[in-house]
Design a protein around this ligand. Sequence first.
Ligand code: TRP
Length: 454
Amino acid sequence: MSQRPVRVLTGITTTGTPHLGNYAGAIRPAIAASRAKGVESFFFLADYHALIKADDPDRVARSRLEIAATWLACGLDPARVTFYRQSDIPEIPQLCWLLTCVAAKGLLNRAHAYKAAVDKNTAAGEDPDAGVTAGLYMYPVLMAADILAFGAHRVPVGRDQIQHIEMARDIGQRFNHLYGESWRRVTGATGEPLVLPEAQIDENVATLPGLDGRKMSKSYDNTIPLFAPPAELKRLVMSIVTDSRAPGEPKDTKGSAVFQLYQAFATAEQTEEMRHAFAEGIGWGDAKQRLLARIEEQVAPLREQYAQLIARPAQLEEILQEGARKARDITVPLLDGLQRAVGLGTFAAPRAAAAPKARAAAAKLPQFKQYREADGRFHFKLVQGDRLLLQGVGFDSPREAGQVIARLKSGGAAELRHVADVGVHLGETLIGHLAEGVAVEEIVEALSRLVEEA
Ligand code: TRP
């Protein structure tokens, strides 16, 4: 049996324009990590979060487009990972509300960003909550929903975000405690409804210095935009601060922004050569020229890709819509179970607790259910009683979905395979995804019962 892949989820706030520091510190390592075996990666544009920080619609729209194009240009492979926009997944705000109703207000009072705003107001003699929106206050709950909606095991973040991951665990745990039993009853599943995530802090990731030598950051206004046109890139590199040592004088690599930037874009060997050149007294102008060459070497091909992508928003839209479909294969069934667990959901299905006998009988025979989603596609699922076994992918027509079901019911189970990171295949065709905690053997077994019964 294949090992369950580790789910890794990365959220990208869509404010601002990506710079070299974002590239070396976040984009490049995250894309490399998404290519590892045994991980299932989710990348999303946190555009609802962007509204908390920015209220200029044009900027928010522009930044979403730029960031989507940037990550794809830098090599994020949407066939391999699930890449989507937060605002395309209605289950995220749905879950956000379920979590809001269990989150302790006192917990949110302690969030760093909120506390900083309150402290600032207090110091200025203002009302503590002056200018603080409920959105800022709720930021950690929305972030918890982002993570918990996907059962993410690991969330790579910077140190400033550790508290948010801890809050997601805390809120998730509280939900599990309050509703876990009800959830197990209505879904027939075992385990807990929400997976508690871990923060993943990469100690080796570079933080790059900006033009003035401080950490490259939009808030210091010292950034080099990742896709600045070549002439502007050159102008910016030439303006990086240095000490005033003349050509011929030996230079310190330590504390040199030029050297640290060089290191982030050069091989180990090139870096050693540069270290030597510093000791030999390379002039700052020359060193900057070499740095520029290294950056250009890496960035020029990406810039080309970026220009093509940003010129075709319709194509980007299609990629993100497909990502949303993949994402919702996970969130729709999860939310269905959670809604029922808290006492919402359809009147048509009797509450499991009220009719345990009927439920046990129903559980004996697996069933296919076909339905049309809001995305207009035709889905199916295989359930056993209240328990979801297999969530089908969406098909363009009910006939296609019907044909897959017919094949499964008539001995096609022999052709089922589970491909880690991808899903359940019938022959060569991807037909769906295993529900949480279900092994493909269980589906084969359930289908054989159907065949026997027919
Ligand atoms: N708060 C994160 C940041 O500022 C962005 C984010 C939103 C996020 N939702 C997330 C990150 C979920 C990881 C998981 O960087």
